[in-house]
Design a protein. Structure first.
Length: 611
């Protein structure tokens, strides 16, 4: 009899049962993919860095002859547990062209190498390890390739010491150390023979460097070793490399929020649908009670029905959760590998939870059956008696029209159902607003202070000017004047200035570390943003970022020693702030401090303010 009742119910209410099945599928898909993505994102970045072979510290050191006392220092350190060394060549942006045109998208030195999987591992867009590169071809990190608008088949020409090396762009590579959107250090992976031709050239050897990936139990000791080593072009701790993925992790955080909203919406709608479905069947329930079926038997009948629907829906949701989750993570996967070895297990557990939750929903929605008589159930749960006010609005005391009164009366009479519908619409709106607001914030100028620049009308990067300044053939003042004069010749009066970066070593007590100082003669230190303290007001005052302060154990008011271009001076820390520059390891010098153009290690570009 129970089986016949169940089969007739499924046939008679096909539309409602299909709607419930659809919401079960959605709930399973959203819940499984959402939880899976959360686990993948939380564990993904560290797993990706380990997969690449990042270590606890990375350093790029000039070694023209392939030897360096830096390795002796690493061997002598008790905190260094191991390291991997990767040979490479550096080239300025002016030395690299695409289809004969100057490449755009970066201003720092590019790193050229042949992949060595024993030192570091790179991956293609399908997450396969790149063990070697065919001769005449080249891979490039995705962030810079995207900025430069490279397409597969483009010809990339590398010019070093008057010699040219042509390669065909074959695709992008995923690079755990320098592959984030914030990194301005592109890597070019070329074939072994082509790389050997470069490093065996006596003239090109001056551009030979080594990339060290260091494992250590004391990062501060390694930072001190690096700060006392000559020829260091770049160094960063693992935490700093992770910081460079902040844009990717921000996107991942939005995906987590989206997944959470979808999960809540699916369960709220499912609960509402099941409750509505059962309330519509009170007449049938009354008939079953009238013919002698017990409450437990009636509730068990509905449990069997929803158990069958939930199992079918969850099975389908288990299958659809994988492509849906991958779709959400596509943007994050462009620059990194997101892996989760427990994906199937997590999805299965989530789908089982969905089945259990649906059965609990059903059990709760049928609890009212126990209190109903057969006659009450036939009346759809209404006894006709009411001893409390049905609504806060009374017809005889309102001046509202009939339509307005009925609408408000429905809302106030069933506040619980109204709250459920309101919650669903609120979450749906929140879902859209989170995505829209995040995109708007990232594309606005509200975050400019985080790259330590002043507000300007135009930000202009010209790699030729930068190379001329770095090469000593042009001063910053000359380059700024040329840009200003070019604008004036086209009828635009403007002021032009340029943010410079200077590599230095900062020490407090027995702790030292490498740092990049921002410096500009044409602005004032108070024009920039600081979290704590006050802007440097004299040439012996500086501001530093929180990571630097934490690493050397200094704070506002402390006096530190800074070595710039072989000269050591004492400075007072007057402010602390945050920045994206230098992966957070940065500082600000007062504009009155004398810095020669030859001491500058990098330039941010030209900032133009129209008169």
């Amino acid at each position: 009899m129970y089986l016949r009742i169940l089969i007739k119910d499924l046939k008679r209410k096909k539309t409602m049962n299909f709607i419930i099945l659809l919401f079960v599928i959605l709930a399973s898909t959203f819940f499984a993919s959402g939880v899976n993505n959360m686990v993948s994102i939380v564990t993904g970045l560290d797993g990706y860095l380990d997969m690449g072979g990042m270590g606890d510290h990375v350093a790029l050191i000039g070694e023209p002859d392939g030897k360096s006392p830096f390795e002796d220092s690493l061997r002598a350190s008790a905190s260094v547990t191991g390291w991997r060394k990767e040979s490479c060549i550096t080239a300025s942006p002016n030395n690299i062209k695409v289809n004969g045109e100057q490449i755009e998208g970066f201003s720092n030195a590019a790193v050229i190498l042949a992949p060595d999987t024993d030192a570091f591992r790179y991956f293609d867009t399908d997450d396969n390890m790149i063990e070697h590169v065919p001769e005449g071809q080249v891979y490039m990190t995705n962030a810079i390739a995207k900025k430069a608008g490279l397409k597969v088949g483009d010809t990339i020409t590398i010019e070093l010491c008057g010699k040219t090396f042509d390669h065909t762009f074959t695709g992008v590579c995923k690079d755990a150390a320098f592959g984030s959107d914030m990194m301005d250090i592109p890597r070019f992976l070329i074939g072994d023979d082509a790389y050997r031709d470069m490093i065996e050239d006596d003239e090109i050897k001056i551009y030979c460097h080594s990339m060290y990936y260091i494992d250590t139990t004391d990062e501060s000791e390694v930072s001190s070793i690096i700060s006392n080593t000559d020829g260091v072009r770049f160094d960063a701790q693992r935490s700093m490399i992770k910081t460079s993925y902040i844009v990717n992790m921000l996107i991942a955080g939005v995906i987590m929020a989206v997944s959470l909203c979808l999960i809540v919406i699916a369960f709220v709608v499912l609960r509402f649908t099941i409750g509505f479905s059962i309330s519509e069947e009170f007449r049938e329930i009354g008939v079953m009670k009238a013919v002698g079926l017990k409450n437990r038997s009636i509730r068990s009948l509905y449990l069997v029905k929803y158990f069958g629907l939930s199992v079918i829906g969850s099975a389908i949701g288990l299958i659809t959760a994988f492509p849906f989750g991958d779709l959400l993570l596509d943007t994050v996967r462009e620059n990194m590998i997101i892996t989760n070895s427990y994906g199937l297990l997590i999805n299965t557990i989530c789908c089982v939870i969905v089945v259990i939750v649906i059965l609990l929903f059903c059990w709760g929605c049928t609890a009212k059956i126990k209190k109903l008589s057969a006659v009450d159930a036939v009346r759809s749960g209404q006894t006709g008696e009411r001893y409390t006010r049905h609504s806060a609005v009374r017809l005889n005391k309102t001046k509202l029209g009939a339509n307005s009164f009925l609408s408000i009366n429905d809302v106030t009479s069933e506040p619980r159902q109204t709250a459920i519908v309101t919650a669903v619409f609120t979450l749906s709106a929140l879902l859209v607003m989170v995505l829209a607001n995040t995109a708007e914030t990232l594309s606005s100028d509200e975050l400019m202070y985080l790259i330590s620049v002043t507000d300007s009308d135009v930000y202009y990067v010209n790699n030729k000017y930068v190379s001329d300044i770095m090469g000593g053939t042009k001063t910053i003042a000359d380059a700024n004047e040329e840009v200003r004069r070019e604008l004036a010749d086209n009828g635009m009066d403007a002021r032009v200035h340029n943010e410079a970066q200077i590599s230095a070593v900062i020490g407090y007590g027995d702790k030292t570390t490498a740092i990049r100082f921002m410096y500009c003669r044409d602005t004032r230190a108070e024009d920039y943003y600081y979290e704590e303290g006050y802007a440097p007001d004299a040439k012996d005052e500086i501001a530093i970022t929180y990571p630097i302060a934490a690493e050397i154990g200094a704070g506002i008011g402390d006096t530190v020693d800074v070595t710039l271009n072989g000269r050591t001076d004492s400075f007072i820390i007057t402010a602390l702030y945050d920045t994206f520059n230098g992966l957070g390891k940065c500082g600000r010098l007062h504009q009155s401090y004398e810095i020669s153009d030859s001491s500058i290690t990098n330039l941010m570009g030209f900032q133009i303010d129209f008169a």
